[in-house]
Design a protein around this ligand. Structure first.
Ligand SMILES: *Cc1c(COP(=O)(O)O)cnc(C)c1O
Length: 386
């Protein structure tokens, strides 16, 4: 059994994938070809924002977006701009702001949704103001495991303190929040948003890829420039700022174009069905199941349960592994405890919920092509292990 069965997905849409890859080889237009533009149009209209700018990966997408936000601030002053990041996330969410030289403050998450806790955020912001060393400037909210963060309350805090809001939706594409009968899609929930097309993400390509979403015309132009060596809008050999080489290559765009319809029209419902089956079968165990808030929809990048403290996670994992059931632990270490942040201000974080999650979470196999009979086996073995 695979944790994410990407090959099964390929078998389902083999013809269109093969044809689109072959067509790029035939045209030999490997960089910035037509399919890249087509993908950007499809995604911006799907997400409901004016601009989609593709780039090389989800990590670059965060760095480039931060550079766009900080554009009007001199680089020497970046070190005063505090960035708030959830403590329970993939490394990139904190790596990117820290890599630009910004002070990063890690904030605790909710124990039920795993997403940034709005109350802890406000406490952290107030503390930074009181300390007076840095100015609260940016919040990076993460749509962890597929569920959007609570943007209504996070936005209110950003507005109150004059901060910009970046949505790291690397795991969130396809999720949404319903408000007044309207679906607000992941990728449209902040001032600027980023996603990843790493193969295991909800919409994955066959290598690395990423994208930025924003309604801000000026930021969109900046992101396009920064992603391509700081080019001038009309002339790529006129370099008006320092940037990166961060493009989505044409073959990856073609793969994503081939996958997009089935992602939108089939896979998101299918993966939600799988999550519903898990909820039903595991509802009678002593596991704590992942919570999706009312009017929220997850794209289920992960299905993450919490084990009771009395149960040895390693033994459960080992036993499932012996029965050919792969499991993962996202994440084993709070961000503030990562070695990269040792001896920096970021290591001083007060995040007891994250610390407990890191000890107790277990991610079970989930993908749109997981069959009910496989799920029954997983749940049976899991119950036996418990
Ligand atoms: C995967 C991921 C990223 C980085 O995406 P890459 O394409 O691997 O660079 C950033 N943030 C989160 C939350 C992720 O899960």
């Amino acid at each position: 059994m695979q944790f994410k069965d990407l090959y099964r997905q390929y078998q389902n849409i083999k013809e269109s994938i093969d044809n689109s890859i072959q067509s790029i080889i035939n045209s030999s237009d490997f960089i910035s070809g037509e399919p890249v533009k087509l993908l950007e149009q499809k995604l911006s209209s799907y997400v409901g924002v004016r601009h989609c700018i593709t780039c090389a990966n989800g990590t670059d997408a965060i760095t480039i977006s931060l550079r766009a936000i900080l554009n009007n601030i001199l680089q020497k002053d970046w070190k005063n701009c505090a960035v708030f990041v959830p403590d329970f996330t993939f490394f990139s969410s904190g790596e990117c702001p820290a890599g630009l030289g910004l002070p990063v403050y890690f904030v605790d998450v909710r124990c039920d949704t795993f997403n940034i806790d709005a109350r802890s955020l406000e406490v952290a912001v107030e503390k930074v103001i009181q300390e007076g060393k840095h100015k609260p400037k940016i919040v990076i909210a993460v749509d962890l495991f597929g569920q959007p963060a609570e943007y209504r309350s996070i936005r209110a805090i950003c507005d109150k303190y004059g901060m910009f809001l970046l949505e790291d939706s690397a795991q969130g594409l396809g999720g949404y929040i319903i408000e007044s009968g309207h679906k607000n899609m992941a990728g449209s929930l902040a001032d600027i948003a980023t996603t990843s097309f790493f193969p295991a993400k909800p919409l994955g390509c066959y290598g690395d890829g990423g994208a930025i979403f924003t309604d801000n015309d000026e930021w969109a132009d900046l992101c396009r420039s920064i992603a391509i060596h700081g080019k001038n809008a009309d002339d790529k050999y006129d370099n008006i700022r320092l940037g990166y080489n961060s493009r989505l290559d044409t073959i990856q765009a073609a793969v994503l174009n081939a996958k997009f319809d089935v992602f939108r029209d089939f896979e998101l419902d299918a993966v939600n069905n799988v999550a519903d089956w898990y909820n039903e079968i595991l509802g009678s165990t002593n596991l704590i199941l992942p919570k999706v808030l009312e009017n929220y929809r997850s794209s289920w990048a992960q299905y993450t349960v919490k084990l009771p403290c009395s149960i040895e996670r390693g033994i459960v994992q080992e036993r499932l592994g012996r029965n050919n059931i792969p499991t993962m632990i996202y994440y084993k270490k709070p961000m503030h405890k990562q070695g990269a942040f040792k001896n920096t201000l970021s290591e001083k974080a007060d995040c007891p919920v994250t610390e407990q999650l890191c000890e107790t979470v277990l991610c079970l196999p989930i993908h749109p092509y997981l069959e009910y009979r496989e799920l029954e086996i997983i749940c049976k073995e899991l119950q036996a292990a418990l």
